[in-house]
Design a protein around this ligand. Structure first.
Ligand code: 4AD
Length: 459
């Protein structure tokens, strides 16, 4: 018998990719199913490295076979054995167990028995749902996307910067910030704010990223952001991750080119690197997924000024729930009409009226619109929001003073416009919406391991 301590730990993903018998293997994972026959058992085990399970054959020659027969779905085990050709259908290899150790028992009450569970039910067991095929695949794709984001920017010479989570300034000026308080020692009562001054959880790292872009050229930040909006929709979370590039000497047109290239790169990356996990979503979640991703990678995005987008919506004569009018922001239903019915592909809407956009966006020569853009994709609507920033000191000052923001909190931001100010642009890509886009998952609660939406904080 093999001595397990002398074996390298094998991951199922590598065993299956090798497509040849690597001889002795040591696998650690969780039982998905078990079938018992006379004198032997088939155990399907998954170790989280990929969608596939590997079949293990354990027979009565094992000294603890009586224990093995009692193993149930969800139990954790460690086993060593030899890879041998399988006679089972749909698999070339299986493991003939030489030693099986029950690491952690799962009782019959284990909630993830072999049957389909609804997303609603699985949300109530967020601590266990990563063990299902769908959520395991979603979280592996999430990990791959994070890697691909860094690759994309690093390959283009961008610097990865870290912007603060605690902040005094409201980047979006929408007042949707969570305020931070300090607990008194040994007491749950609120004592003060951030050492006597007000502090909030950041809604965006943009303002700080701008300062770094004005020193390092091209930068990006990628971190958690928070919004205190009480939105119970399938695309809003109170805590989400945002990818925010910021480029010095860059205008809105170049910003759009980068946004398009980023989404195309990320969709292409998951198609190339997550084929098995994606196939699950293409089969069970969204039959159009592969077709849509391929089209997104290949075809240029449409570009349309806001005013034209409104005209298209008006001409559609659709009974929208929210009225379409010049000056109103686009609602999810409008965005989806543009993408899914009118253009039938991703669209970049640009040059929005200044009244519905934040203070930092650059005023266009018409004095009415700002150099802004929203990238809209099927099934989600807005996935990216960005702009060319107002680099002119006087213009910026007037905008800040015209809205209910405390200008004293922005002195440092304004000062950057007095010392070697340059045209610069950037955008924010919602990371969760990106995961939704590439998997076809329709609810943001299902692409975050522990989602934070209104009232959802128990675990
Ligand atoms: O359009 P937003 O609010 O833009 C900003 O915060 C800019 N400061 C970004 C920048 O230019 N650096 O948000 C950007 C993106 C949205 O397009 C959306 O994908 C995502 O962030 N997002 C959310 N995702 C999940 N839940 C929410 N509540 C979100 N709010 C925005």
């Amino acid at each position: 018998m093999n001595d397990p301590s002398k074996l390298e730990r094998s991951r199922i993903v590598h065993l299956l990719q090798a497509d040849q018998s690597p001889g002795s293997v040591l696998v650690k994972g969780w039982v998905r199913t078990k079938r018992d026959a006379k004198g032997f058992s088939f155990i399907e085990i998954n170790d989280g490295s990929c969608l596939a399970n590997i079949q293990v054959v354990a027979d009565e020659t094992l000294s603890n076979y009586a224990t093995i027969r009692k193993m149930t779905t969800g139990s954790a085990l460690s086993l060593s054995g030899r890879m041998v050709p399988s006679r089972g259908q749909g698999q070339r290899w299986e493991i003939k167990a030489e030693s099986v150790t029950l690491v952690g028992h799962a009782p019959e009450a284990y909630p993830l028995q072999k049957k389909r569970h609804s997303d609603e039910f699985l949300r109530t067991i967020a601590h266990l749902r990563p063990r299902t095929n769908k959520y395991g695949a979603a979280f592996r794709i999430r990990s791959q996307l994070a890697l691909a984001i860094h690759r994309f920017f690093q390959d283009r010479g961008f610097h990865y910067i870290h912007t603060p989570i605690l902040t005094a300034s409201d980047c979006e000026g929408a007042g949707e910030m969570f305020r931070v308080t300090t607990l008194a020692p040994g007491d749950a009562a609120v004592a003060n704010d951030f050492f006597g001054v007000n502090a909030y959880l950041t809604v965006s790292g943009q303002l700080e990223a701008e300062m770094l872009a004005l020193a390092l050229g091209d930068v990006y930040t990628f971190g958690p952001t928070f919004r205190a909006e009480n939105s119970n929709t399938r695309r809003h979370a109170a805590e989400f991750w945002m990818v925010e590039p910021e480029m010095a000497f860059c205008d809105l047109a170049q910003d759009m080119v980068l946004a398009e290239a980023l989404l195309q790169h990320l969709a292409g990356h998951v198609m190339d690197h997550c084929a098995a996990d994606l196939s699950l979503f293409a089969r069970f979640v969204d039959k159009e997924l592969m077709h849509r991703l391929a089209a997104l990678v290949e075809k240029p995005f449409f570009r349309v000024p806001y005013a034209d987008a409104i005209a298209i919506l008006e001409r559609s004569a659709r009974p929208f729930e929210h009225p379409v009018a010049h000056g109103n922001d686009l609602q999810a239903e409008h965005e989806r009409y543009l993408v899914e019915h009118h253009f039938k592909g991703p669209v970049i809407v640009y040059d929005f009226p200044k009244e519905i956009k934040p203070f930092y966006m650059r005023m266009n020569d018409d004095g009415c619109t700002v150099a802004s853009m929203d990238v809209l994709v099927a099934g989600i609507g807005e996935i990216i929001g960005g702009s060319q920033r107002e680099e002119r000191y006087d213009m910026l000052r007037r905008r800040i003073e015209s809205i209910p923001l405390a200008p004293e909190n922005y002195w440092w931001y304004m000062e950057s416009r007095q010392y070697g100010s340059v045209p610069h642009s950037g955008f924010g890509l919602g990371f969760e919406r990106l995961v939704m886009m590439v998997t076809g998952i329709t609810n943001i609660r299902d692409v975050i391991p522990f989602p934070r939406t209104p009232k959802n904080i128990a675990f």
